[in-house]
Design a protein around this ligand. Structure first.
Ligand SMILES: NC(=O)c1ccc[n+]([C@@H]2O[C@H](COP(=O)([O-])OP(=O)(O)OC[C@H]3O[C@@H](n4cnc5c(N)ncnc54)[C@H](OP(=O)(O)O)[C@@H]3O)[C@@H](O)[C@H]2O)c1
Length: 277
């Protein structure tokens, strides 16, 4: 049985797990999202950058699932880091998805070299205050970036979507989020490449529980109160990734997984000018 959703800072409920849609586009994306919706996924993560908002919207329409049972997230790029730019980005995301509203709209990357992410945040606050979007947040923000937007506006993001997996466990940012009431979403929750799924300690726990390594990795997120957004092009793996709520990792197993953290330096650095868009 799926546990209750997490209630975000501005009062909206978010499911405990979602579907990542990068790098799928077109017909393939539409089919994967449709399969995921049929399996029971209710949180779908897209972005202007992924070039698949149209396919996500089409899959949602074809599923016939009432809009208010879904939680749709999109994100915008640095070209729209201004108050008016965010309004335009939002309208364009609605046009591409064909939806009347998004549940969550995110600044995709802070791009500090541009120094416009505070303006972008002011634009999101304006959308929230106008009642156009249900929740607002950021992605790839470090604690210092969060402090700056909060100091400028008094508004705390509902969500920060960051790179996070058991080997890139992001302890410092997660503590900052917890102190501020921000919900942490994890991109690449299964880790880049197959290394993490093949890790000896992960596979030993999976074997012991009669689960797959991916399920062990995702269950760790759920138990930490993090919302993972794994993607898969394989329907059995999509089903498996959602099937996390009838088993538990013991404190001892959680501690073993905690030892795999490679530290903050292993994450993509959003202050590095070569990262972000
Ligand atoms: N905000 C950001 O800046 C940002 C950046 C990157 C990604 N994202 C979002 O995060 C989502 C997920 O991240 P990601 O795509 O990097 O990585 P991920 O979801 O952690 O891993 C995807 C990989 O895991 C495999 N996989 C999935 N389920 C599996 C299972 N049960 N057993 C074995 N292998 C499995 C997939 O292969 P198969 O397809 O063969 O299953 C794929 O190779 C993206 O789709 C995107 O929406 C956001």
């Amino acid at each position: 049985m799926t546990p209750p959703p997490i209630t975000l800072l501005h009062g909206v409920d978010i499911p405990r797990i979602g579907l990542g849609t990068w790098p799928f586009v077109g017909e393939e994306c539409q089919q994967i999202v449709r399969t995921a919706l049929d399996l029971g996924y209710r949180l779908i993560d897209t972005s202007h950058k992924y070039d698949n908002e149209d396919a996500v919207g089409e899959a949602i329409r074809r599923s016939g699932i009432p809009r208010d049972e879904l939680f749709v997230t999109s994100k915008f790029n640095k070209e729209n880091h201004s108050v008016d730019g965010v309004r335009t980005a939002y309208e364009e995301s609605l046009r591409r998805t064909g939806l009347d509203y998004l549940d969550l709209f995110l600044i995709h990357w802070p791009v500090p070299a541009l120094n416009r992410y505070v303006d972008a945040w002011e634009g999101l606050v304006a959308l929230l205050e106008a009642g156009s979007v249900r929740a607002i947040g950021v992605s790839n923000f470090k604690p210092a970036h969060l402090d700056r937007i909060i100091a400028a506006t008094g508004y705390v993001p509902d969500v920060n979507q960051i790179q996070l997996s058991i080997d890139i466990a992001r302890t410092l940012p997660r503590t900052a989020h917890d102190n501020l009431g921000i919900t942490t979403e994890a991109w690449s929750p299964l880790g880049r490449g197959a290394t993490l799924r093949d890790n000896e300690q992960v596979t030993a726990i999976a074997h012991h529980l009669g689960r797959s390594p991916a399920q062990v990795l995702l269950r760790w997120h759920v138990q930490m109160g993090i919302v993972p957004i794994p993607r898969s092009s394989n329907s059995q793996q999509l089903a498996q990734n959602l099937d996390l709520f009838d088993f538990e990792l013991s404190p001892a197993q959680m501690s073993v997984l905690d030892t795999l953290d490679r530290g903050e330096d292993a994450a993509r650095d959003s202050d590095d000018p070569s990262n972000g868009h």
